[in-house]
Design a binder for this molecule. Structure first.
Ligand SMILES: Nc1ncnc2c1ncn2[C@@H]1O[C@H](COP(=O)(O)OP(=O)(O)OP(=O)(O)O)[C@@H](O)[C@H]1O
Ligand SMILES: [Mg+2]
Length: 504
């Protein structure tokens, strides 16, 4: 009888369950989108109950499509949108507020208040992150400060916090009936509260934020048996054995296990991760320091990360807010109706600018408009924004490491876009390589779980599963590349310093 691993990928736009075989191939999958809730400008929320219900449903879809039962599944791996904060009552299992999503900027005032004493880099040496609205810590504080009764309940020990990995695992393992409240080191490294050296919650930072430690999940490795599925669930008694935040999971799924290994994921946002081995490297060029993975009792492996908030979601914005296209892939046809961007640059600073700038005072800008410009140029500029932003974080990674990357492994939904990938190779000046399995996020979580239950032996075995599907090589004249980057950087300056008292 064949055996399989199932990965749950609880993403920003959807939840997926994917069954993988021993060769790392996809056997079946289920996927459901959830509502993106925008209560006001800058606010982004999800209904955590909807997410949990979707998760259960997609597990059912994936199992039934391949005619499998829990007896065919040796382990469950979890990967998730990181930094998105859920706070729930452990006695009822009900969230006290919608999940506050990583893109949400409502906590800017909290950031400013905390940064008044010591600046935004106040905790960076310890946690690897600047103070920013992006990370979970400020969102937990916002919930405790703003949801009626929340702080008292938290102090009484009745509330639990988690990124969506913790939320899904707690529910899978029984919820109010003995659910385990845990997270892994990669997710914990996105809260602002975890000491990168000791891999434990920092009590001083927790107390500065006013967050009771009793709310925080226990920090585990990325690959070990945390518990088994409990209750009347399809996967009951199956070990839950791996957790990796989505970007670290994609790194793992791309088999970038060694120091110097790297990948770039093109999803809602873009995330470049460079494995730095057992060394904690502090960036001088606007990258984050984060945990890459930790396998059981082995030493942790660290990474540098270039996080870009808006890439694929700019295409969704063209679709949903402007109605310019009906589906994301249509953007490619529309972009092909024109020869070039017609002088237009879009800086999608919807949540401020993340790496390498970290400018929360920036907001989106479309520059270079003339009477000549049509929607084809806008579509083209939207795609190009992804490639320009990627070039900037790659430059930062090269500057930090002192060694120039020779090629770039890519994955995520946008890598289906041929024109974008060619433009990306052109703008980077190095080859861009797509693997056969582009669902690397789910694959990485499956690997973490499969390693813990002995389905795979070690990372060397996993590395043999990776294979190249397609490669784009640079064709652009270097002088043209430099000209484009110069104009892009000028456009970026136009997005800065926009937020003031009138525009929050
Ligand atoms: N052909 C395409 N051209 C450009 N963008 C595309 C194309 N197909 C999908 N996208 C974009 O890719 C994104 C989806 O990618 P992916 O499925 O990797 O993201 P995701 O995993 O759902 O994101 P998340 O994990 O954040 O929920 C969407 O934002 C969509 O706009
Ligand atoms: Mg994803």
């Amino acid at each position: 009888m064949s055996q399989y691993v199932i990965a749950i990928d609880q993403g920003t736009t959807s939840s997926r369950a994917i069954v993988f075989d021993h060769d790392g191939n996809i056997v079946s999958a289920g996927q459901l989108e959830h509502e993106q809730i925008f209560p006001k400008a800058g606010w982004v929320e999800h209904d955590a109950m909807e997410i949990w219900n979707n998760t259960r449903e997609v597990i059912g879809t994936a199992l039934s499509k391949a005619n499998l039962t829990r007896h065919d599944i040796v382990g469950v791996g979890i990967t998730n949108q990181r930094e998105t904060a859920v706070v729930w009552d452990k006695n009822t299992g009900v969230p006290v507020y919608n999940a506050i999503v990583w893109q949400d900027t409502r906590t800017q005032a909290i950031v400013d208040e905390l940064a008044a004493d010591g600046g935004v880099e106040r905790f960076k040496q310890k946690v690897g992150l600047p103070l920013a609205t992006y990370f979970s810590g400020t969102k937990i504080k916002w919930i405790l400060d703003n949801v009626e009764g929340a702080r008292a309940k938290a102090e009484a020990g009745d509330l639990l916090f988690g990124n969506t990995d913790s939320w899904v695992v707690w529910n899978l393992t029984g919820g109010t009936d003995g659910g385990v409240h845990i997270t892994d080191v990669t997710n914990a490294s996105r809260t602002l509260f975890m000491d990168l050296e000791s891999l434990s919650w920092d009590e001083e930072i927790l107390s500065i934020f006013g967050v009771p430690k009793s709310m925080m999940p226990e920090i585990k490795s990325s690959s070990e048996v945390y518990g088994t599925v409990h209750g009347s669930q399809l996967l009951r008694e199956t070990p839950v054995a791996g957790i990796l935040g989505d970007q670290q999971a994609a790194t793992f799924g791309q088999a970038a296990f060694e120091k110097g290994g790297a990948k770039n994921t093109y999803g809602t946002g873009n995330f470049l991760i460079v494995n730095t081995g057992e060394e904690i490297v502090h960036s001088k060029n606007g990258l984050l320091t984060t945990v890459c993975y930790k396998l059981g009792d082995a030493k942790p492996v660290y990474a540098l990360e270039g996080s870009i908030a808006v890439t694929g979601s700019l295409i969704q914005w063209l679709r949903d807010n402007l109605g310019m296209i009906k589906s994301a892939p249509e953007v490619e046809e529309l972009a092909k109706t024109v020869e070039d961007n017609g002088g237009v640059y879009i800086v999608p600073a919807f949540s401020g600018l993340f790496a390498p700038y970290w400018r929360s005072d920036a907001r989106g800008a479309i520059v270079g408009l003339t009477r000549f410009v049509n929607k084809g140029h806008i579509a083209r500029a939207a795609l190009e924004a992804t490639a320009f932003q990627t070039r900037e974080v790659l430059d930062a990674a090269n500057a930090d490491s002192g060694v120039d990357m020779e090629d770039l492994r890519v994955d995520g939904g946008m890598v289906a876009n041929d024109a974008l990938m060619q433009f990306q190779a052109d703008i980077l000046g190095i080859p861009v390589i797509r693997p056969k399995v582009t669902e690397t996020t789910a694959l990485g979580a499956a690997y973490a779980a499969g390693l813990a239950v002995g389905f795979w032996k070690d990372t060397d075995e996993l590395a043999t599963n990776w294979s190249e599907d397609k490669r784009w090589v640079p064709k652009m004249d270097p002088a043209e590349r430099d000209r484009q980057m110069r104009l892009w950087k000028k456009a970026v300056t136009k997005s800065m310093d926009w937020v003031d008292d009138d525009v929050k």
